[in-house]
Design a protein around this ligand. Structure first.
Ligand code: BGC
Length: 392
């Protein structure tokens, strides 16, 4: 394998999300779900990684490792704890984080909604209620007015397709619904919410590149599975990619592939290694999804806003990212407009229904002391970020 280089400038970052790292986010639908004995959650998020307090040291570490970007999310329930009631102190907290990134040479890539929704929004119908698109737009307007001059890039919604599918089709995320039609309605409200958010953010901060991020998979058809694959992919990806046409960028998030046969979704193929999440170890999926974005969304810059692996074998993480990055390089060679690569995640953190068992982090976190310990992959990827070079 040859040494490969990446363009300069190129975004090299790591990502986290508020609920997965901050701790104490008791005022959102996920906290309620974690404490609902009928939910599939393994454990509550609790203090998470205490990043609400420890973010300066986390940013120091990220910058020392060699990265130039940090993707994190705003916790809506902290900023707007009740309908129309905004917390200046929380807005200032996130402003401090954006400035803290800039002081350390890190671009703040800020997500306005990463899975969690304030309890008061959930109580009013959550993402099934069309008014939630307006509620979200109002929140984005307020946050963007406070942060617009310090944002690097803005992500409106993180993986709305996952929130809709897991929450309203499979019943695994709040509110635990299993209903195909309701899931479709939620897709529509998310798309309306995205458009409101783009309008609000661009009004306050016209120069800040704004887009959504999508959970994508390399959807493969085997033995006549094309129709099943296409139908599933339409509600999962295509409706959102079509809604992203004309945006400043699309955030590509990919972890594995998904196979379909004539009767529907197939499980992992025999003999293919599995990750802690039960996904196939399939790093080549990233390039396949990057290639698909412009086919549906039209020509648009792309940023890999998440890619990574849950594993307790750090050498396997390096193997995974190496193969994924070679795929990104091949996409660049073919003229695809990829602006950067953001690894999920900086820290071992709260992995939603699975709790703290899956470990995606470049940095381990002691669950009692909160002490951070960079894994070899952190230094390895930081070196790639610093040099723009993936060595043989
Ligand atoms: C989500 C993250 C999650 C990661 C790993 C993505 O779907 O945006 O919140 O932790 O995948 O499962």
């Amino acid at each position: 394998m040859a040494t490969v280089t990446f363009p300069r400038p190129f975004v090299w970052g790591t990502a986290t999300a508020a609920h997965q790292v901050e701790g104490g986010n008791w005022n959102n639908d996920w906290w309620a779900w974690e404490h609902d004995p009928t939910s599939p959650c393994q454990e509550p998020s609790g203090d998470a990684c205490d990043a609400w307090h420890r973010w300066p040291a986390d940013l120091d570490l990220l910058a020392q490792l060699g990265f130039n970007a940090y993707r994190f999310s705003l916790e809506w329930s902290r900023i707007e704890p009740e309908d129309g009631e905004f917390s200046h102190a929380s807005l200032e907290h996130y402003r401090g984080m954006c400035l803290g990134c800039r002081e350390r040479g890190l671009e703040p890539i800020v997500t306005f909604h990463h899975f969690t929704t304030p309890r008061w929004v959930a109580a009013r119908g959550g993402w099934e209620d069309p008014a939630t698109a307006d509620r979200f737009g109002r929140f984005c307007a307020r946050a963007a007015r406070h942060l617009g001059d310090v944002l690097g890039r803005a992500c409106t919604l993180n993986e709305p397709n996952i929130v809709a599918t897991m929450g309203y089709l499979y019943g695994l995320f709040p509110p635990g619904v299993r209903d195909f039609d309701r899931r479709r309605r939620v897709n529509d409200v998310f798309i309306a919410g995205h458009r409101r958010a783009v309008g609000a953010i661009k009004a306050a901060a016209p120069a800040v590149p704004t887009g959504l991020t999508l959970a994508m998979s390399d959807y493969q058809a085997v033995d006549g599975g094309e129709a099943m694959r296409d139908a599933y992919r339409r509600d999962m990806e295509d409706v959102f990619l079509e809604a992203a046409r004309g945006d400043d960028y699309v955030g590509v998030q990919c972890y594995s592939r998904t196979r379909f046969g004539a009767d529907g979704m197939l499980g992992p193929e025999d003999g293919v290694r599995l990750t802690q999440m039960g996904y196939e170890f399939w790093p080549e999926a990233l390039a396949a999804t990057i290639r698909r974005v412009p086919e549906v969304a039209g020509p648009v810059p792309m940023l890999v806003t998440e890619n990574g692996i849950g594993t307790d074998d750090d050498a396997e993480r390096i193997e995974y990212v190496t193969r994924a990055l070679r795929g990104v390089r091949a996409c660049l060679d073919d003229g695809l407009d990829v602006r950067g690569y953001v690894y999920w995640s900086l820290l071992d953190n709260f992995e939603w229904i699975f709790g703290y068992r899956p470990t995606f982090g470049l940095v381990a976190v002691d669950r009692t002391t909160q002490v951070r310990t960079p894994k070899p992959s952190a230094r390895w990827l930081g070196e790639i970020a610093r040099t723009g070079t993936l060595r043989d």
